[in-house]
Design a protein around this ligand. Structure first.
Ligand SMILES: Nc1nc2c(ncn2[C@@H]2O[C@H](COP(=O)(O)OP(=O)(O)OP(=O)(O)O)[C@@H](O)[C@H]2O)c(=O)[nH]1
Ligand SMILES: [Mg+2]
Length: 463
């Protein structure tokens, strides 16, 4: 699997820009660039320059000068990939980018696959697997929370904890296996009290990490919030107010929104995905009824439901609204529900007071004036348990890690039961080995080509 041929790719986004960076990594990176580089300082040879230096000059092919560039040199092992790496910062015209890449492909480079630079970093021991995966998460992060989690994972917070426990467990595994060689003598090399203590610590850590996934998953993907209610109550107006742009069409005609409209914003560092839905009512209109069916699907898929009603109707026809609220509560008893009276700009203080009395949990809002919008986003934040995030605890966001943690947890439970019931050493050793296997999957001590292929295929080319 380990290859050190020289790979090349554009590291910056494709298209025109002020500057583009082309990256090469591999055994011939320095030599190839050196042969096609003319320093502004006469006679300066790139190949004899020190690592971590930058050089101004021209990329030339035969006698043709392609661009004035800056070349950065990183010699192995002190580079991102652990190999010799060259970064060429050229002018960001797509033509220049392609000309330079084509030149080095002709000279013997190979176009890098998605994530191949990071794959090499992993294979050369610069990163463990979960850190490598965090690189992709970091690039994909688009809000403060997902950024924070990815940074923490990249720095190794999570995998170093796992690696340390794995090490300790490995130690005990060897001792237990050693006992098997002395089965006749009935000795115990592995101190059972210490062993039990380690198992308890592992269970504690695994449980915390497994529980964190619920938070992590939500943060990574954005929290879906469905905005529902009868036609014309102001759902689309609220969406626009939340997003601060005219995203959805608003009109006084009931049934304006026929399909669902979604958009994401960051509130307090957490990504919320708001879903504006078609108003719920009995209708003969085929298109509208499809939209209404979708509304219920969206409630199912969302983490939080925001139920909006027209506060004037709250005064004139309270019963209907109370019935609606009960219906949603009965249908989705587990889902957090925020009840919002919209258009409160149309009510006077007495009416508002009686509305609040009738529906104690109601939140008052005017999507038109913006009153109550901030309070609504605050309520949403409170619903999401992000305590772990604020406390800077490790949060698991990766499904692959989650699966491995669950399996490891299962195996460790077996070990614990084994200890409690005085299971023989040979059987216990099997469970310990299984747990070790799943720990290793996370950090990459245990891998196979399929697994690596899957992980790195999701990276961008050039990373
Ligand atoms: N006075 C007042 N009018 C509002 C408020 N919010 C929305 N409206 C008006 O109510 C009407 C309906 O608003 P929409 O946002 O289209 O309502 P909707 O719930 O998306 O309606 P459908 O898509 O048809 O289900 C529009 O004329 C809005 O201008 C508000 O807070 N106060
Ligand atoms: Mg609408």
């Amino acid at each position: 699997m380990i290859q050190n041929d020289t790979i090349i790719a554009l590291a910056t986004p494709s298209g025109a820009g002020a500057i583009a960076v082309i990256r090469l990594s591999g055994i011939d990176a320095v030599k190839l660039v050196s042969e096609n580089f003319q320093s502004v300082t006469d006679g300066k040879k790139l190949s004899s320059q020190k690592t971590h230096t930058i050089h101004l000059g021209h990329i030339v092919d035969a006698n043709k000068t392609m661009d004035e560039v800056l070349v950065s040199i990183f010699k192995n092992p002190n580079s991102y990939t652990g190999e010799d790496v060259i970064e060429i910062s050229c002018h960001g015209s797509p033509y220049i980018q392609q000309e330079i890449i084509q030149l080095f492909l002709r000279k013997g480079c190979r176009m890098a696959n998605a994530g191949e630079f990071t794959l090499r970093a992993f294979l050369n021991g610069k990163l463990d697997l979960s850190q490598a995966e965090a690189v992709a998460d970091l690039i994909a992060s688009d809000n403060e929370a997902s950024h924070q989690i990815a940074m923490q994972q990249m720095r190794g917070g999570f995998s170093s904890e796992i690696a340390k426990l794995r090490e300790e467990l490995l130690n005990f595994a060897s001792l237990i296996e050693l006992e098997l060689d002395f089965a006749e003598e009935d000795v115990e090399f592995a101190d059972r009290t210490q062993f039990r203590d380690l198992i308890d610590r592992i269970i504690f850590v695994l449980k915390r990490l497994i529980d964190s996934f619920a938070v992590g998953n939500v943060i990574k993907n954005g929290i879906p919030v469905a905005i529902v209610g009868e036609p014309n109550v102001g759902k689309s107006t609220l969406l626009n107010a939340l997003l601060n742009e005219e995203r959805a069409i608003v009109s006084e005609i009931a049934g304006t929104t026929r399909d669902t409209i979604e958009d994401e914003i960051s509130v307090g560092g957490i990504g919320f995905r708001f879903i504006d839905t078609a108003g719920i009512r009995e209708t003969q209109d085929v298109v509208e009824s499809i939209g209404i069916k979708k509304t219920f699907e969206k409630i199912e898929q969302s983490q939080v439901t925001v139920y909006l009603f027209d506060s004037e109707k709250g005064i004139s026809d309270l019963k209907t609204i109370q019935i609606e609220i009960e219906k949603i509560k009965n249908k989705y008893p587990q889902k957090p529900l925020l009840i919002i009276a919209n258009k409160i700009d149309k009510l006077d203080d007495n009416q508002l007071a009686s509305l609040q009395e009738a529906i104690p949990e109601v939140k008052l809002l005017s999507a038109k004036t913006g009153f109550g919008v901030e309070q609504l986003t605050n309520s949403l934040l409170k619903l999401i348990n992000t305590g772990a995030l604020r406390n800077n605890e490790t949060i698991v966001t990766n499904t692959r890690h989650y699966d491995a943690l669950l399996k490891a947890f299962e195996e460790i439970q077996k070990v614990k039961h084994g200890l409690d019931s005085g299971l023989s050493g040979d059987l216990m050793a099997i469970d310990v080995r299984e747990a070790l296997y799943y720990f290793g999957l996370i950090t990459g001590e245990v891998t196979n080509d399929d697994l690596l292929g899957n992980i790195f295929a999701n990276f961008c080319i050039g990373k």
